[in-house]
Ligand binder design. Structure first.
Ligand SMILES: [Zn+2]
Ligand SMILES: [Zn+2]
Length: 106
């Protein structure tokens, strides 16, 4: 289920070949950590430039991992803030995947 709007997710194949889950309502995308690492490794072999992990802060809507229901943390990869469950995967809001791909490919 979508962590943002609780709609059912549909399977999606990314242009980079990984498969994720897509929410037709909010256009968010769920990716496993392995797939995200795959994408980063392929597009930025030297590693993404900036990486920072932040505790979720009060003003943001906290997202829960759709698998384990724990609060997801926000990790910045290549300048894009991504909600991440350290055990399962990441949630990319609408447009964030494109931003990430563009930043990684720089
Ligand atoms: Zn959604
Ligand atoms: Zn999880």
């Amino acid at each position: 289920m979508c962590p943002r709007c609780i709609a059912a997710l549909e399977p999606l194949t990314l242009m980079t070949g990984q498969s994720g889950l897509y929410c037709g309502r909010c256009s968010g995308i769920w990716l496993s950590l392995r797939d995200l690492d795959d994408i980063c490794a392929r597009l930025a072999p030297g590693g993404a430039s900036e990486e920072a992990i932040e505790a979720p802060c009060g003003n943001d809507t906290l997202l829960l991992c759709p698998l384990c229901k724990t609060t997801m943390w926000r990790r910045t990869r290549a300048g894009v803030a991504i909600d991440e469950c350290g055990r399962h995967g990441v949630w990319l809001d609408r447009g964030e995947l494109q931003c990430l791909l563009i930043e990684l490919a720089k």
